[in-house]
Design a protein around this ligand. Structure first.
Ligand code: TXA
Ligand code: MG
Length: 367
């Protein structure tokens, strides 16, 4: 499927005649002939959304500069926000990036790959500039999801893939989220069940200055430090940057996951936060809280309460987070108040996505 060169046309003209094909596969044992058909769409320059263990990705051949430019167009993504290259086995990383100067890459591969870890390394000349937003580095990961790996294998090319959402909306953990955002804007969606992790991969960079955590995820800071020693956490993970500061991952400067409603994090002792939330609750307010909080709210507002999971279960919180952000942001919602998740382990990833959704607005209820 060779697509016409549509650059220079307005977005609406570009997408006007596009029909998105929908394929379904078993998430554990995907049908090989479906993977061959969809892999061919990728190889020939088309855009395909596919499941990974973290979130759904929007893939294009990472060797095809035009296809990668179409990814930015389909998502409405700024061209300075580079894409992650996905490979079907960890050793393929060396085909697209230079060996790291820290000597830690092999150890990281043994411990965490395939899986939800992305590494940023110096790129080699095979990777076009449109993948890396002009940077001399490339972010690479080998997903663990059988559909993702077998699809990349069937395509026979590395696959550049950001999350398969419109720029600015929460990442998609279900095929229906992808259709909500991208139906009619991409060639194909391969449906393969719900993402089991629910937040995007952990991103680290490896260079002379050491190991830096650019984005927290399922592979935790604590686990990385066990393997690599000291890991420096980029300021953008936890704090709002001033206009003259730059995050190490360009995407972290955008207010991702921004609900339309004003979203605010409420912190403090359980009883103080619950008192605040119960008094704030009204028809145009949504609350994101823990399972343990539910009895503190009146039954008739039950539909305005969105439960992230148990306070002590960051894995459930991660899995539910993006669906909840989509649901809490209903048409009539003016304000969303969310509890602050604990920041240990995978909790750091949940906190990072939520505090960004809040634009770093916090109400402290302990006086
Ligand atoms: O789990 C994931 O990582 C998902 C699935 C589909 O694999 N992908 C994903 O991609 O979350 P995306 O595009 O939504 O986020 C990629 C992040 C962005 O913040 C981007 O700026 C950063 O990775 N990134 C990409 N290339 C980079 C590079 N060379 N240096 C620093 N950051 C980079
Ligand atoms: Mg994204």
């Amino acid at each position: 499927m060779k697509r016409p060169n549509c650059f220079g046309k307005k977005g609406s003209e570009y997408f006007s005649d596009m029909k998105t094909k929908v394929f379904h596969v078993n998430p554990v044992e995907p049908d090989p002939s479906t993977l061959q058909s969809v892999g061919r769409i990728l190889r020939e320059g088309g855009l395909v959304a596919f499941p990974t263990e973290t979130v759904y990705g929007l893939g294009a051949s990472a060797l095809d500069a035009k296809a990668c430019q179409n990814v930015y167009r389909a998502k409405g993504r700024p061209s300075d926000n580079p894409l992650i290259v996905h490979v079907s086995s960890p050793d393929q990383i060396y085909q697209y990036a230079c060996s790291d100067s820290t000597g830690l890459l092999n150890k990281l591969m043994q411990n965490f790959m395939p899986g939800p870890l992305t590494v940023v390394l110096k790129k080699n000349e095979v990777i076009p500039d449109s993948v890396t937003g002009g940077l001399q580095t490339v972010a690479i990961r080998c997903p663990a999801h059988p559909v993702a790996r077998k699809l990349i294998e069937a395509a026979g090319v590395p696959v550049a893939a950001p999350s398969a959402n419109l720029s600015g909306s929460p990442s998609p953990t279900k095929a229906e989220h992808v259709l909500q955002d991208l139906n009619g804007r991409i060639d194909c969606i391969l449906c393969g069940g719900e993402a089991s992790i629910g937040v995007e991969s952990t991103i680290i960079s490896l260079d002379e200055s050491g190991v830096h955590l650019l984005r927290p995820g399922f592979v935790t800071l604590e686990e990385l430090e066990e393997v690599c020693g000291k890991v420096y956490v980029d300021k953008a993970v936890l704090q709002k940057l001033s206009s003259d500061e730059k995050p190490l991952a360009p995407g972290m400067k955008y207010r991702h996951y921004a609900p339309k409603a004003n979203t605010v994090m409420v912190t403090g002792a359980d009883e103080n936060v619950r008192r605040f939330l119960a008094s704030a609750l009204q028809d145009n307010v949504s609350i994101i809280c823990f399972e343990e909080d539910i009895d503190f709210f009146p039954d008739h507002f039950r539909h305005r309460i969105h439960i992230l999971g148990s306070k002590h279960d960051p894995l459930s919180q991660a899995r539910n987070l993006f669906s909840i952000l989509r649901n809490a942001d209903e048409k009539d919602t003016k304000t969303i108040y969310t509890r602050q998740p604990p920041t240990e382990g995978v909790g750091l990833a949940v906190y990072n996505r939520l505090i960004k959704a809040c634009g770093f607005q916090i109400i402290q209820t302990d006086s």
